[in-house]
Write a protein that binds this ligand. Structure first.
Ligand code: G1P
Length: 286
């Protein structure tokens, strides 16, 4: 079945980014000149996805406004003959069909994804965590979608992590199938170096069969009262195979202050308008 829907969880408090996120969504922080969440949305669209449910919470309505039409702004740009900007602004609201679902309480990533159950129905779907920016020749979600069509089972994006990474990411126990494809035998959320099965970490892109929703419902909350998606995937593993795909490209953890700055610098350096000037400026500092 074709992957045409995605869920983007954007309901968190953005605690790693306080105080900037005290009164604005982390997902709207600009990375060069686009909000963080737009990178995930564009990646989904470039991967063939047409319908996107964004899971939001109180204080996140600027995300809805951003992907909506802005008739006054469009009219203004038209009158001022700023036609390039006009096209760009119009393009944002035409990216995909959006739906917004509220998560009333911060009960974890698994719970946020469960909010999308009615929207998704009985079909496989993608999940994109907006904190992660992937800069890949073939969009990361597209790599995952293509691998999904091959294995026809839930599949997760993997990356190699260092010791620090074992404290930040879910870690899998792999059985290697081919160069980039692994069957997952087990997984554990943020185990730390001593309990990690491998150096293969779960990054923020997933494709799930709809059975994941039942698994989330059966998952007990962790010690902090949150329903972790990693625990739900572990439950799903008991009834069906799940795979991991080692993506090709670069990924930034833009939900973290340092990762956010790295993403801005790298992506800005690639821009024709100011990349060279920025490079010279950075050189002058070092
Ligand atoms: C979540 C998942 C974790 C995964 C990570 C990827 O953690 O629970 O398994 O490795 O995203 O970014 P979070 O970053 O929400 O704490």
């Amino acid at each position: 079945m074709r992957i045409r829907k995605a869920v983007i969880p954007a309901a968190g408090f953005g605690t790693r980014f306080l105080p900037a996120t005290k009164s604005q969504p982390k997902e709207m922080l600009p990375v060069v000149d686009k909000p963080l969440i737009q990178y995930g949305v564009e990646e989904a669209v470039q991967s063939g996805i047409e319908n996107i449910a964004i899971i939001i919470s109180r204080g996140k309505s600027s995300i809805e406004d951003y992907f909506d039409k802005s008739p006054e702004l469009e009219q203004f740009l038209k009158e001022k003959r700023k036609l390039d900007l006009l096209e760009e602004i119009k393009g944002i609201s035409n990216l995909a069909e959006f739906c917004y679902i509220r998560q009333k309480k911060a009960l974890g990533l698994g719970h946020a994804i469960l909010m999308g159950e009615d929207y998704i129905g009985q079909e496989p779907f993608a999940v994109l965590l907006p904190d992660d920016i992937f800069d890949c020749h073939i969009p990361c979600t597209k790599q995952l979608v293509d691998a999904y069509y091959e294995v026809k089972a839930s599949i997760i994006v993997l990356g190699r992590v260092d010791e620090e990474g074992t404290k930040k990411y879910g870690i899998i126990k792999p059985k290697q199938i081919s160069e980039r494809l692994f069957q997952i035998e087990d997984m554990i959320e943020k185990p730390g170096p001593d309990r990690a099965f491998s150096d293969l970490g779960i990054l923020g892109r997933y494709i799930f069969n709809p059975e994941i929703f039942e698994a989330i419902k059966k998952t007990s909350p962790d010690s902090r009262g949150e329903i972790q998606i990693t625990d739900a995937i572990r439950l799903l593993l008991e009834t069906q195979p799940i795979y991991g795909y080692l993506f090709e490209g670069k990924r930034y953890d833009a939900g973290d202050k340092l990762g956010f700055m790295e993403a801005i610098i790298d992506l800005a350096l690639k821009r024709a308008e100011f990349g060279q000037k920025l490079r010279e400026y950075l050189k002058s500092l070092l």
